[in-house]
Design a binder for this molecule. Structure first.
Ligand SMILES: [Fe+2]
Length: 293
């Protein structure tokens, strides 16, 4: 038996196991189970098999399996996620600086770096962990009285943690100069030239009102770069995250029908969520993997 067929056999064993252990209604899976058993038998028959044909059958089974499991079986999703390296709830860590505290001298001094990284960034990490644990507690106890407060804390500290983690890594004692390759090409396309980009970015940074950031972002929708200001990054968004499911609760979204009964609008809205689209976004989003901290 070829290595490919051996792998397929192991894969179909695993799939059958998952079907056996699944919490789904058995009747929904009967047909899929039967198809896997037939497929397995075929692989085991020791006859000479057409690998292309086998591949096509396996692909069909794979798609059917995904359709059954990928959207709504929390066990399967949890297993998929656990196979990757994840940051568990309340366990974010302060990333070590990728260079010495004095490495960015004379542009950024050692004392600032120590304070900025060890104290400020650390307090974002602690605050984010605390907020995540409190929100988990709220879900467990079904007590959401303080959810607004903890959402604010999660946003403020999460944005702080994620943005600082990017910030340390996008600087280097060997930095400066101009980008090359794809990035330079995209900058030229989006802003006209590197010079114009640099000017725009500097002006945006200089004109951030109060605390905040200048941020170069990639829009997967527009497929272009853009420069944004994040004034007071805590404005309830974390940055460095990808939106999957969004619910518009501006009054214009429900006022005609629901008047001021936002709660009823929200309750009803769940009836029209297109989970397969959300799942598609989730699968795409998982392709972006930064080192976990
Ligand atoms: Fe900072």
């Amino acid at each position: 038996m070829s290595e490919y067929l051996v792998k397929l056999l192991a894969w179909s064993d695993e799939a059958l196991q998952a079907i056996e252990n699944s919490s789904h209604d058995e009747r929904d899976l009967e047909d899929l189970k039967h198809q896997f058993i037939v497929f397995r038998k075929k692989l085991n028959e020791n006859k000479k098999l057409n690998e292309q044909e086998i591949y096509e059958q396996a692909l069909k089974l794979y798609n059917q399996f995904q359709a059954q499991f990928s959207v709504d079986d929390p066990d399967v999703v949890a297993r998929q996620i656990n196979n990757q390296s994840i940051v568990p709830i309340g366990e974010h860590r302060l990333p070590p600086l990728p260079y010495a505290y004095n490495a960015l001298e004379p542009y950024i001094d050692e004392e600032t770096m120590r304070l900025h990284h060890d104290k400020h960034h650390k307090s974002y990490v602690d605050g984010l962990n605390k907020a995540e644990i409190e929100m988990q507690k709220a879900r467990r106890t079904n007590n959401f009285d303080l959810i607004k407060h903890w959402e604010r804390e999660a946003a403020f500290n999460g944005a702080g943690h994620y943005l600082h983690t990017i910030f340390w890594h996008i600087m280097s004692p060997n930095g400066g100069g101009q980008p090359r390759g794809n990035l330079l090409q995209a900058i030229n396309q989006s802003f006209g030239s590197f010079h114009q980009f640099k000017k725009h970015f500097s002006e945006a940074a200089n004109k951030v009102e109060g605390g905040g950031w200048a941020i170069l972002v990639w829009s997967p929708r527009a497929r272009r770069l853009e420069i944004l200001q994040a004034e007071k990054h805590q404005n309830l968004s974390q940055w460095d995250v990808i939106p999957l499911l969004v619910l518009d609760v501006w009054e214009h979204a429900y006022y005609l029908k629901y008047k001021n009964d936002r709660k009823k609008y929200i309750d009803n809205w769940w009836n029209i969520v297109n989970w397969s689209e959300v799942n598609k976004r989730f699968n795409e989003a998982q392709n972006v993997k930064w080192h976990p901290y």
